[in-house]
Unconditional design. Structure first.
Length: 250
């Protein structure tokens, strides 16, 4: 008899200065896990206490009306850079969303997000994706590719056709689920492709992968333009000197 493999539970840390909101966040985890997904187990405590939990990999950070929310995210990133943060903050402030992602957030939701949406965001993050407005991600990528990155390899890694398709959709800020649906493949197959893309490019996350891909594309375009300009100048010199290879003499 075949036994159905149940994914191991995932512990999620919860941080909020407001007891009522903290209780509301904890209630999200009362729902049973969807088929094929891990059960989420809430871990409640102060920031200092949660950062000492060595096996904790995810944190839901309720920024609320706090003015030092970004400082909290930076503190988490410095102390535990491997922790993936799901941030709940004010609505409509794209600069704040962008800065939160730079500070380590893998998801950003507004304060009015209902429990179902919060849970969906957590599932996306635990699945290796990013949950944020696509326009903000586009702005962020535009901002980051203007920063020189000496770690980007000068040569492009060899990608399969399928990996290129997946990469194109990642650059459009598609989630693993959306990529799987669009390409007609399983989500776990998408995750495998994303993992290989990260290994081939030396990236730690999807934003880093996007940055490297865009930098490589820009570098390739500049190289091609320089080569064509050089060929054109060489042709002009041949014409001026009457070089037989130029085909201009009789």
């Amino acid at each position: 008899m075949c036994s159905l493999r149940i994914p191991a539970p995932i512990r999620i840390g919860l941080i909020s200065d407001e007891p009522i909101r903290l209780a509301g966040l904890a209630s999200i985890f009362d729902q049973p896990a969807r088929e094929g997904h891990s059960q989420f187990v809430p871990v409640i405590g102060t920031l200092e206490e949660l950062l000492r939990v060595s096996d904790l990999q995810y944190l839901v950070v309720d920024m609320g009306c706090s003015t030092n929310g970004l400082d909290t995210l930076e503190t988490i990133r410095r102390a535990r850079p491997g922790i993936r943060q799901i941030v709940i903050g004010s609505y409509g402030n794209e600069d704040l969303i962008e800065e939160s992602i730079i500070a380590g957030a893998r998801a950003y939701l507004d304060l009015s997000a209902d429990p179902k949406v919060v849970r969906m965001a957590i599932e996306e993050v635990t699945g290796g994706s990013i949950w944020a407005p696509r326009r903000v991600l586009s702005r962020l990528i535009d901002r980051l590719i203007r920063i020189p990155d000496s770690s980007v390899a000068p040569t492009n890694p060899r990608l399969t056709d399928r990996e290129r398709e997946v990469l194109d959709l990642i650059l459009m800020a598609r989630s693993n689920r959306e990529i799987a649906r669009q390409l007609g493949i399983e989500e776990r197959t998408v995750k495998a492709h994303v993992g290989r893309l990260m290994r081939k490019t030396g990236s730690d996350n999807r934003i880093g992968l996007s940055m490297r891909a865009l930098n490589a594309a820009r570098s390739s375009a500049l190289t091609t333009a320089d080569r064509r300009q050089g060929e054109r100048r060489q042709g002009e010199r041949r014409q001026d000197s009457g070089d037989p290879e130029s085909g201009t003499h009789e």
